[in-house]
Each structure stands twice: as structure tokens, then as C-alpha cells.
Ligand binder design. Structure first.
Ligand SMILES: Cc1cc2nc3c(=O)[nH]c(=O)nc-3n(C[C@H](O)[C@H](O)[C@H](O)COP(=O)(O)OP(=O)(O)OC[C@H]3O[C@@H](n4cnc5c(N)ncnc54)[C@H](O)[C@@H]3O)c2cc1C
Length: 335
């Protein structure tokens, strides 16, 4: 694997050396069967481009999570090893060089959802469309919007995902999360999550394990009709294929898609990446595409919007493995 951060003399970077030591520690821990060294994480994203992580660990329950935190805390190099959480990868661009660190995914019991009365408790790995449909079938309303968002509950909490006039913030009461560096199980209320427009207080080293929502009673038939409307609206207005949804957040009082069209970037292609003809705020990747082309296209759009309108478009997509020089990656936070 080539990973970002290779030292200037062509040797191994400090992150790679630390990650290698932690990967070996993981292989000698109880997580050996859950650890893949040099795992291809790019294909786990909806762009389906990008390289490998030094190690990928899938944790299925709280015991495995405790073991992982123990390794990160105690193994040689653990404190210097970047960590990253991957949900359904539907808002993530992984660099072609990969990620010199430990990537963590939730599976198993973290994918479960339970409903009692108007309270929905969903695991961090639960799929948003599944939770949306389950809530409607239980006679609840307030989470239908999420049926068209192909992410996990944990990823949606970090992103404060939203659509169709609603967002996570509206129905979320509290989450349970763990800081992978410290291992302590924490609760954070809606207020403490400090939700903003596609932002929250969840940091790059924190893992959302579970979210509790409070919804309202509503007729099942109305809920099902709303789900069908949303699904059909998405099919009509958004492209399928390899993309990560909206690339940029909407600037105040405007739409990023409109702005991108206005600078003549609809349909613009750089190498293996193209601005969608159906929705200008989506970038489509070719099969066997390159993350570098997607990033170049994102930067070219930013350049044109700034030059023509004086507007700095902000990445909604999170970037992984590109180094600190790319604005908006949040990569420094992975340490
Ligand atoms: C076709 C399409 C349509 C979309 N439509 C919408 C939309 O309408 N509205 C919208 O808001 N988004 C939309 N998205 C973007 C995306 O689905 C959401 O942002 C979603 O919430 C991301 O969840 P994820 O599990 O895929 O996160 P990922 O892409 O895997 O990760 C995104 C960020 O969340 C972090 N993360 C992931 N899981 C966890 C966890 N358990 N704990 C802590 N951090 C975590 C990652 O480290 C990363 O920083 C769309 C994407 C696609 C492909």
C-alpha cells in the first residue's frame, strides 16, 4: 500500500510505522479474525474509488470495541496512529494513496433497531432507509425523510444528515459514543451534539454506537405514501451510480447545484470524474475511477464559483487520506 504522509527521503512515514505496529498488535489480539491488513477501503464507499487502509477492523459488539480501544491505547505507536470511522461510505472520498491508519467499521449488533412506543433506538451501523421504514411500519412519523439517504445512523449523526425539510437534529434525543483514543463510553444529548448544517460535535476519533429518537404517532398509510413520494422524487431528480450525494453544502440563501450550473460546470469532466448532467451538485465516478480526478473537479468548481461569484463553496463530502493540505478534510483530527 502507498499511504499519504510518506517521509521526504522516500522512507516510511511516522504514521505508517505507528500504524504497522498497531496492525501487528491487532493481529495478536482477540480481534485478529476481525482485522484485515492493507484492506481496500475505497471500494467500501459509494464512489468506489480510492486505496487501502493500513488496517481495517470491524467490531460487532461492545466487547470487541473495548478490545480495540485497549489496543489503540496500549500498543506501541497506538497514540500516533491515525484512526478513522467508516459507516456506509456514502459521504466519503478516500485518496488513491489510501489511509495510513486504522479504519473502524461497526457491524453485528450495532446494526439493530428497536422501537417501543414512540421511542426508536438504532445502532450506529443501522441503515437509515431501514430505520425510516421500520418507524413508519410501527405507526410513527418524523423519520420518513431518511428513506432516501443511503448512510448509517452513526454517519448521519456526525453529518447531521437531512433532506425534505428535516434533519437528524429534529428527532434525535441522545447518542452513546466512544472516543476510540480513550475507550470511555459517553452519552451526548441533542444539545451537546451542537448540530449545525451538516455538522455536529462528533469528532473524527469518536464512534457513534447508538442513537435514540423520539417520533410522533402517525397513520401507517400516510407514512407509506410519504416514503413512496420521497423514493420517487429521488429517482427523478438524483443520479444513481457511483457518487456521494451532494458534494458541496448550499451557500446561504442559494443552491450549490444552481451555482455550479451558472459557472458552466454541469457535465464538466476531469479524467474519470464528471459533474452529473442530472444534478450539478453530484459528481459521478467512472468504474475504476480515480479519487484524484474527483478532487480536481471539486477544486475546479470551487475556483470557478469564487472567481465568478466570490462564493467559497464548502465540501460536504468528507475526505480521507489526502493529507492536511486539503481544506476541509479534517484529517488532522484523525490523530
Ligand atoms: C445518492 C446519495 C444521496 C444522498 N442524499 C443525502 C441527503 O439527502 N442528505 C444528506 O444529508 N446526505 C445525503 N447523502 C450523503 C450521505 O448519505 C450522508 O451524509 C450519510 O449520513 C453518511 O452516512 P455514512 O454512514 O455513509 O457515513 P460515511 O460516508 O461512512 O462517513 C461520513 C462521516 O461520518 C463519519 N462516521 C461514519 N460512521 C460513523 C459512526 N458510527 N460514528 C461516528 N462517525 C461516523 C465518518 O468518519 C465520516 O467523517 C447522500 C449520498 C448519496 C450517495
Amino acid at each position: 500500500m502507498t499511504a499519504s504522509g510518506v517521509s521526504g527521503d522516500g522512507g516510511v512515514s511516522s504514521e505508517e510505522a505507528a500504524s504497522g505496529a498497531v496492525a501487528r498488535a491487532l493481529l495478536s489480539s482477540r480481534l485478529s479474525s476481525k482485522t484485515r491488513i492493507g484492506a481496500a477501503i475505497g471500494p467500501l464507499t459509494s464512489y468506489r474509488v480510492g486505496g487501502c487502509a493500513s488496517a481495517l477492523v470491524v467490531v460487532d459488539n461492545r466487547d470487541e470495541l473495548a478490545e480495540l480501544c485497549g489496543v489503540l491505547k496500549n500498543a506501541q505507536g497506538g497514540a500516533d496512529t491515525p484512526v478513522a470511522v467508516i459507516g456506509r461510505g456514502s459521504n466519503l472520498l478516500v485518496s488513491d494513496e489510501g489511509f495510513a491508519g486504522v479504519a473502524v467499521m461497526l457491524g453485528g449488533s450495532f446494526g439493530e433497531t428497536s422501537i417501543a412506543g414512540t421511542t426508536v433506538v438504532a445502532g450506529g451501523a443501522a441503515k437509515l432507509p431501514v430505520v425510516a421504514r421500520a418507524s413508519v411500519n410501527a405507526g410513527l412519523t418524523g423519520f420518513e425523510w431518511a428513506v432516501g439517504v443511503p448512510g448509517s445512523v452513526g454517519g448521519a449523526v456526525r453529518m447531521n444528515a437531512g433532506g425534505h425539510g428535516a434533519e437528524m437534529k429534529d428527532s434525535l434525543v441522545a447518542v452513546k459514543l466512544v472516543d476510540l483514543r480513550k475507550g470511555d463510553l459517553l452519552s451526548r444529548s441533542n444539545e451537546d451534539l451542537a448540530f449545525g448544517y451538516r455538522t455536529s460535535s462528533v469528532s473524527a476519533t469518536e464512534l457513534v454506537l447508538e442513537a435514540r429518537f423520539e417520533l410522533s404517532p402517525g397513520p401507517v398509510a400516510d407514512g407509506r405514501a410519504m416514503l413512496a413520494d420521497i423514493v420517487s422524487w429521488r429517482r427523478t431528480n438524483q443520479p444513481g451510480g457511483q457518487n456521494a450525494g451532494s458534494v458541496f453544502t448550499n451557500p446561504d440563501g442559494d443552491s450549490a447545484g444552481r451555482l455550479i450550473e451558472s459557472v458552466g460546470a454541469k457535465g464538466l469532466r476531469i479524467g474519470t470524474a464528471e459533474v452529473s448532467q442530472k444534478h450539478a451538485n453530484f459528481i459521478q465516478a467512472d468504474e475504476n475511477g480515480r479519487a484524484a480526478d474527483i478532487l480536481s473537479l471539486m477544486k475546479e468548481i470551487q475556483r470557478r464559483a469564487l472567481e465568478s461569484h466570490g462564493i467559497e463553496l464548502v465540501f460536504e463530502t468528507h475526505l480521507l487520506g489526502f493529507g492536511d493540505h486539503v481544506a476541509g478534510t479534517g484529517e488532522a483530527d484523525n490523530r
